[in-house]
Design a protein around this ligand. Sequence first.
Ligand SMILES: Nc1nc2c(c(=O)[nH]1)N[C@H]1C(S)=C(S)[C@@H](COP(=O)(O)OP(=O)(O)OC[C@H]3O[C@@H](n4cnc5c(=O)[nH]c(N)nc54)[C@H](O)[C@@H]3O)O[C@H]1N2
Ligand SMILES: Nc1nc2c(c(=O)[nH]1)N[C@H]1C(S)=C(S)[C@@H](COP(=O)(O)OP(=O)(O)OC[C@H]3O[C@@H](n4cnc5c(=O)[nH]c(N)nc54)[C@H](O)[C@@H]3O)O[C@H]1N2
Ligand SMILES: [Mo]
Length: 843
Amino acid sequence: MDSSVDRIAQPWGARTPYGRHDAWPTRVDTHLKEGVSPGDVQRWVRAASILHSDGDAMDIAVKDGRMVGVRGRAEDRVNHGRLGPKDLFGWQANASSDRLTRPLVRQDGRLAETDWATAMDRIVSRSKGLLQEKGPGSIGFYTTGQLFLEEYYTLAVLARAGIGTNHLDGNTRLCTSTAAEALKESFGCDGQPGSYDDIDHADVIALFGHNLAETQPVQWMRVLDRLDGNDPPRLLCVDPRPTQVARRATVHLAPRLGTNVALLNALLHEIVRTGRVDHAYVEAHTVGFEELETRIKDCTPAWAADVCDVPAARIAEAAEILGSADRLLSTVLQGVYQSHQATAAAVQINNIHLIRGMLGRPGAGVLQMNGQPTAQNTRECGANGDLPGFRNWENDQHVADLAKVWNVEPKQIPHYAPPTHAMQMFRYAEQGSIRMLWISGTNPAVSLPELSRIRSLLSQERLFVVVQDLFLTETAQLADVVLPAATWGEKTGTFTNADRTVHLAEKAVEPPDGTKPDLDIFLDYAARMDFRDKDGGPLIPWHDPESAFEAWKRCSAGRPCDYTGLTYDKLRGPTGIQWPCNDDAPDGTERLYTDGISWAHPDTCETYGKDLVTGASDSVVEYRSLNPDGKAMIRAADYVPPHEGPSADHPFQLTTGRTIYHFHTRTKTGRAPQLDAAAPDVWVEVSVADAAERDLGEGDLVEVSTPRGALRGRVRVTGIRPGLLFVPFHYGYWDTPAGHGPDENTPGRAANEATVTDWDPVSKQPLFKTAAAALTLVERGDGRPAPAPTTTASAPSGTGGERVPATTGGPSATATQSATAIRPEDAAQSATALRNGREEGSQ
Ligand SMILES: Nc1nc2c(c(=O)[nH]1)N[C@H]1C(S)=C(S)[C@@H](COP(=O)(O)OP(=O)(O)OC[C@H]3O[C@@H](n4cnc5c(=O)[nH]c(N)nc54)[C@H](O)[C@@H]3O)O[C@H]1N2
Ligand SMILES: Nc1nc2c(c(=O)[nH]1)N[C@H]1C(S)=C(S)[C@@H](COP(=O)(O)OP(=O)(O)OC[C@H]3O[C@@H](n4cnc5c(=O)[nH]c(N)nc54)[C@H](O)[C@@H]3O)O[C@H]1N2
Ligand SMILES: [Mo]
């Protein structure tokens, strides 16, 4: 039966309950523009969602050469047809009237429109000049987790072997570098062990600092459907806010910010104390258990209760749930990765799985989650601070192998030091050793910590800044050259979600006139720079997405992320496919480590490891003696208190994060009317107790300040833990009167005005989730509520909360939900159109 639902008011739609070990029922979600009926749609074009890492498969509806809607794909393993609110409405931003359509160059201090040849000439002549005068180390590339695999791979080759710079990283540094690092520390190599299908089989699901309900709403629908079915799982939620996950949890722990390691050590202590260790697994597959046992000996729940401000009995209950699980699935995200002792904490979650033998079986898995839709590919392709194909920069064999793939001398690939991490690149730019910074698909003037510093650093005269984006973002406004890019829906490429599922997203419509796909921009630059291999041939011989994909397959061959069994045509089949996919596993691989640990051997591992507290690198000799046989490594870590704690001047803890309706700096979701209206401006979440004590109420305007800066927003009183403030980081300045940053008329509203320049010593991921702050009243509210959703973690609580009107979307926000799969005639028609590569939308 079809039904229509307001998907702003009901972000997760209707339930389709199912029992443990059953198949998750299909529910196809469709949203078409008002006035368009399914019969009007001329083509459905294959894609997957690009506004989170879930990888929900979808088809884009095309009519008269324009996108008119989207529909989830029933047959896909990831979403079984479902879509979240951002997927349903976010695509509208593509057609926004303020898309950049001409390159811009800075002339007499202002950005002026120009043509592509002039803009590219400027970049090329600056690059050549810098290479000659200062060498490759003067050029840096800061990319994203939102382009396609083919684009990252091309960028990695041109930066690492073409320019020969070590300064290439992604905003994945802000996002999933801890995930990657935690996997490397425990398993010797990046690569997600678990699978989303584990949700179907687990009897315990533990979410650590992961607001799954809002940030991967489709997998949350899956959890909700299990909770309503037979033999539902028990949920453990570790989050200081009353998220929807917390509300449905069997046990919810709301620890003091930055104390994850203390809590996890206590959970490990209890699991060991109560005899829940799988000694056979530990013996067969791990090293380091004795060390862990010693380190956590004194980490009792009573000790952790004090550190974390969580009742000891509750910690014991949580440990009991973890200890008694028959199939445990854990997920980890930014409440761990961006908080104090990020990697140390993430690794302790791996440790729970290792000592309990909870890996490589249906329902028993760990998901060190990704955030951005294509962050996995940034990592695989080495467009982050790693070498392509998870190769180890310290292993000469790996570098030689890569050099062979690229047909260059090994010395042409910088490997004298670890690839530079983004926070260091910005530091180099600030200090003047990096003189050209090429920023693609990211908006650091809103998303990096301590924005006043970032603005001033990007504005320096001596730094040549290139920005490649869809819009004139806060960052683009500071650039010397702005390149207008085409995006998802307008270009073709592949990307891989958090559980290693690869999808193909095809071009559905022509990009706006004047824009170019990122791949074409990188290829054009490489051609103009005339990068050569060692035989004098072009370094980058490919010319389009599919040939780039084929080139990447050769680079991935024999590596953990082996793509050799995939082709574009195969990806046009019914479902996305999980890597590794090769001759041994032609249909892909559901779970890693089903049969022991595969990549941790000293000769194959991606890293030799780091000290979890200091970040100091281990040597190959140390690694060989610790782990000669390539087992999983149980690495212990002592808790150390956060660097910045509350003080008399700054009595609150401040954390930042997301709401379900918006994506990052809102360049897309802020331009989708339904999403914009659901959460149009910043707010500040304050606990019931703190609001009462300071006489603050719903809608009051407050200032949140830290030693770095301040922001203003309206109060939403919620069930957040006392002493903690939460500010969503989505709100930059592009849609404010000033447009660029705080000035006299527009006081700051971006969360990152206040965050600190500090990072995890191991993963180098910035700590957006641990700071001390002051809170002051600026102005009483006028009776209007804060612009915060009521459907989510920001739901109002306490007196007055009931007067806040519920968040709804109205008629333009309805989507249909249908139990029927895609109509066969559609599928056949789309398949033919896709195979012929026809662009028939505009007839
Ligand atoms: N709607 C939406 N979805 C998205 C995105 C988006 O912008 N909007 N972005 C995507 C991306 S790139 C990412 S990285 C993911 C992020 O997805 P999540 O990590 O789920 O999102 P966050 O809101 O950043 O943080 C999650 C939770 O961490 C909690 N937290 C804060 N500090 C601590 C702490 O010290 N300890 C613990 N245990 N918890 C803490 C917060 O209360 C918050 O609820 O979402 C992806 N999906
Ligand atoms: N305080 C605080 N700060 C945070 C976080 C937090 O939780 N708290 N989270 C961090 C995390 S996890 C992340 S991932 C980052 C995200 O931070 P950003 O990456 O800076 O945020 P986005 O708004 O996604 O920026 C992406 C940019 O790429 C552009 N774009 C989109 N598609 C394309 C394309 O196809 N081609 C090109 N060339 N451009 C495109 C968009 O218009 C946009 O300007 O923020 C980080 N910052
Ligand atoms: Mo992210």
